[in-house]
Design a protein around this ligand. Structure first.
Ligand code: PBG
Length: 315
């Protein structure tokens, strides 16, 4: 167990996870110069199983829903090996196991999805029938809806690996990635990106036609429920506006009971004391039916209510 001035930050070992852990540790060091901030890197099921599709990892490994990137961090939290788990919020299920709590989020990075292609020019420059890879059913459905001619395929691996796979694979015309991950890894997400196998080019997909995942671009800090000491550390670096937005977005997803099998896009914005939300829900299964879409707005202080009204106005 931790002594009084020591706090152990737990993270996955991917390049993006390590950058996000570093951001967290730096903020903690600024707030608590007297504290000893220690890092513990943990390998998760999702990192280990790059041999099967993301949708299948949970089934193959018997891991609850989307928790393939977080289970081992929760085990480490439970064992007291770490005090604060750092996650990409997007990878965290909307309902946590009872012993855990998300108490804080870092300031959000850009939320858009990016189409990365071998040829400059974004979506409009992709030829008829081009092949685009993504491991996210939301991204696959959304792009197929906008461009029914495209062939969507699965892809695994961390961000630098995917960029390299695109540059290497002669058959592949593009991949979809979060702008947040690219930016945090230091890439020019909407420009030219270098890989060992050549250059590729990013173009952000407009957030009003291509809605991101709930919590995309946000980093969440998870602690043991009742561990008031670790929670106080984490809360001291919380970014309030991000917390408001992700609370609303995740509530919308929770109401829909959306996991990896019901593709859901959701975006939120703060204007003065108002919270604006937009949502899109695709039908389950292979067919690309017409999605349900809605918008809603309400008071900034009531993110749960705004999410509920968005959910109710889906039609
Ligand atoms: N599931 C993988 C994952 N989890 C978080 C990010 C990027 C950062 C973010 O969206 O917060 C990514 C990669 C991607 O979607 O391109």
């Amino acid at each position: 167990m931790s002594t009084s001035n020591r706090i152990v930050v737990g993270t996955r070992g991917s390049a993006l996870a390590l950058v996000q852990a570093e951001m967290t540790e730096q903020l903690l060091r600024q707030k608590f110069p007297e504290a000893e901030i220690v890092r513990n890197v943990i390998t998760t099921t999702g990192d280990r199983r790059t041999d099967v599709s993301l949708a299948d990892v949970a089934k193959v490994e018997g891991v609850f829903d989307k928790g393939v990137f977080i289970k081992e961090l929760e085990v480490a939290l439970e064992n007291g090996e770490i005090d604060i788990a750092v996650h990409s919020l997007k990878d965290v299920p909307t309902v946590l196991e009872a012993p855990f709590e998300i108490v804080s989020v870092l300031e959000r990075a850009p939320v858009a999805d990016v189409l990365v292609t071998k040829v400059k020019g974004g979506l409009d420059a992709l030829p008829q029938g081009a092949k685009v890879a993504s491991s996210s059913c939301r991204r696959q459905k959304m792009l197929k809806w906008l461009r029914p001619d495209l062939e969507m395929v699965d892809i695994r691996g961390n961000v630098p690996t995917r960029l390299r796979k695109l540059a290497e694979d002669a058959e592949l015309d593009g991949i979809l990635l979060a702008e947040a991950g690219l930016v945090r890894l230091g890439y020019d997400a909407t420009g030219e990106m270098g890989t060992e196998a050549g250059n590729v080019y990013g173009a952000a997909l407009e957030a009003d036609s291509f809605l991101p995942a709930a919590g995309q671009g946000a980093v969440a800090l998870e602690v043991r429920k009742g561990d008031t000491r670790s929670a106080a550390f984490a809360r001291a670096i919380n970014h309030e506006a991000t917390m408001t937005r992700i609370t609303a977005e995740r509530e919308f997803l929770r109401l829909l009971n959306g996991g990896c099998h019901t593709p859901v896009g959701v975006a939120s914005q703060i204007f003065g004391d108002k919270l604006l939300m937009e949502g899109i829900v695709f039908p389950e299964g292979e067919a690309i039916g017409d999605p349900l879409q809605a918008e809603s707005s309400g008071c900034l202080n009531e993110p749960l209510k705004v999410a509920e009204s968005l959910f109710k106005s889906l039609s």
